[in-house]
Structure formats: structure tokens, C-alpha cells
Design a protein around this ligand. Sequence first.
Ligand code: FES
Length: 151
Amino acid sequence: MTIDESRLDSIIDEYNAEQGSLISILQDVQAEYKYLPREALEYVAGRLDIPRVQVFGVATFFKAFSLKPKGRRQIHVCMGTACHVRGSKKVLEEFERKLGIEAGSTTKDGEYTLETVNCVGACALGPVVMNNEKYHGQMTPIKVEDLLKKV
Ligand code: FES
């Protein structure tokens, strides 16, 4: 992937290229690309004078960071306890079946990324599915197709 070094420079310079700002810099880089391209991580490591292995370590440690491109539409199925006991596993399986991918993957056309989360703080609405930032409560396998049509 070709990265825009001037864009990365402006992000890094906002933090005065401080090593202690690595996480904030990676958050901004991810906001720019929707994931953390390997080339961008290498560039950040060089600019901050931090070993690449350390930068990749941070990028892989935090679940909020992704080293793989995300789909335009991101589906998060809550697998927290409250949602789980109300059947979120069957909802997840239906998404996997309809999209033809497993949780943690992106469809080949780059449209959908399917992921699981552990409680999004709306337990009373469980099972909960998030489509990008929008919440959908009381999900059932039957509602999966409708939701995919709507998004
Ligand atoms: S367990 Fe799903 S929202 Fe809390």
C-alpha cells in the first residue's frame, strides 16, 4: 500500500513526534486509513525513533487497533453475558452464514466486517448488534436479513 507520508508527518508533528504519544498517533493514523497499514507503522516507528517491533507490539496489543482493512460497514455482535443468554450466538451465526465470513473477518468486496464485542452497555436491549455506530436491540436470527438490507 502507498502511504501519504506528508499526511503521516502532519499527524506525528501534531504530537511533536513524542514517543510517549505513540498510542494517540496510532489512533489518528487508524482514523485516517480505517486500519493501520504496515507501511504506516514502519514510518511512525522511524519518525519516533522507536523499534518497529515495539510499534507493532502496541498495534497488536490493543483490540481497538486493526492491522487488517475494515469493511465500509462494520457489524459488531455483542457476546456479553446478558446478550449471550438471550441468544446472541445464534444471531452471530446467522450473520456469518449470510455474509459468508467468520467473526473477525471482512467480506472480499470490502463491504462488511463482522466482529464480536463484550457488552456495549445496552444489556436491557439484548441481544444487541451495532452497525457502525447505530444500535439494534432485541436482535434475532430472523432480523439479520432485514438489518443487512437496511444498511
Ligand atoms: S451484554 Fe450485550 S450490551 Fe451488555
